[in-house]
Write a new protein. Structure first.
Length: 161
């Protein structure tokens, strides 16, 4: 099972930044997004879709609760993904340890959505959405998912700085 602590720590740091951000910054545009809030919402939606896939569940709509809720939505989605990663079997953890995912500045190489089959023994899952360098529809293991999720959080943090 991949150790999800670096992911929860990175997500919590970014979520706290958004919770403390003034409206003018939340609503200011950033490259590729209408606002910082929509950038973090896009990240939250991706993390939530990957978590559901890892759990073997179908993706469902992820609401836009508004700019002031963006940090909270990110925290929930990130913690859901961390819990899904923690539920993976030990084989995935060994792969994660060798991948070296650590901290929200890590650039990872994984992706992580599930196949709808509920692969909990560390086997690859099929991603419902792209995550970093991992394409939608492609297989990924827990280590790759963790690494790419960390990289996505770091990239969003940098984009929204």
């Amino acid at each position: 099972m991949p150790e999800p602590t670096p992911l929860t720590e990175a997500v919590d740091r970014l979520a706290d930044r958004f919770r403390a951000m003034p409206q003018s910054r939340l609503l200011a545009a950033v490259p590729g997004h209408a606002s910082r809030a929509t950038a973090v919402l896009a990240l939250a939606r991706t993390l939530a879709a990957v978590a559901l896939a890892l759990e073997g569940r179908q993706a469902r709509p992820f609401p836009d609760a508004g700019a002031f809720a963006a940090g909270d939505q990110l925290a929930v989605a990130g913690h859901d993904l961390a819990a899904a990663l923690a539920a993976l079997g030990p084989a995935a953890g060994a792969a994660a340890a060798s991948a070296g995912g650590g901290g929200d500045s890590a650039g990872g190489g994984g992706s992580g959505s599930g196949s709808g089959r509920g692969d909990r023994e560390g086997g690859p899952v099929v991603l419902p959405v792209p995550l970093g360098s991992l394409p939608a529809g492609g297989p990924a293991d827990g280590a790759a998912v963790l690494a790419e999720a960390l990289a996505a959080v770091a990239a969003t943090a940098e984009l929204c700085a």
